[in-house]
Design a protein around this ligand. Sequence first.
Ligand SMILES: *Cc1c(COP(=O)(O)O)cnc(C)c1O
Length: 223
Amino acid sequence: MIAQRIEQLLKEIKTLSQGKTKLIAVSKTYPATIVKQAYDCGLRDFGENRVQELLPKHETLPPDIDWHLIGHLQANKTKYIAPFVQLIHSVDSLKLLQEIDKQAQKNNRIVPCLLQMFIAQEETKFGLSHDELFELLDNPAFANLQHIRIKGLMGMASNTDNETQIRKEFKQLRSCFERAQNNYKNIANLDITELSMGMSNDYRLAIDEGSTMVRLGSKIFGR
Ligand SMILES: *Cc1c(COP(=O)(O)O)cnc(C)c1O
């Protein structure tokens, strides 16, 4: 059953995005045995939102999985994922970036990160505002970080059925993305190519608005 769902999803995402959008399978709360089934269907990119859950899965599942951290990261947990994490989607402060940079350096790595933007109407979600994003990118302390690479932006739209609202939020994120892409060329630790937006309920809209990574959990693994 999971094999069929994955096959259909991959086909659909490929068609809708003309091959420009990657599927990140969000495996949080699902046991490693189920994640392995998705792996056996060919998926290699998996996302977790908690470090405590990511670590045991990283240890038990095949080593060629690319692990994405998509949930809020506490600075003191950074050291556990710095040796292997493929992409941190949820960076929303300079302070956290500085800690990631420090831990990446210890591991002799450059850790790819996305800056998480706040685009939803809800109050609870983490993320930067438009102004905070550009303040961060303009901060001289940011330019000094040599062991991180900002690959783009991530955002979560409001949890609503109102398509107009969701589209508006994705457009807002896309416009920050384009502004960052166009105005911050030739900066060593910036390479803005990824726009991580779209979850099970809104990935079609997200792809339509230019997403390069959709993060799907329940759509793949069920509820
Ligand atoms: C859980 C989660 C997802 C996946 O949500 P679904 O609705 O199950 O697809 C995507 N992104 C983040 C940040 C999440 O926490």
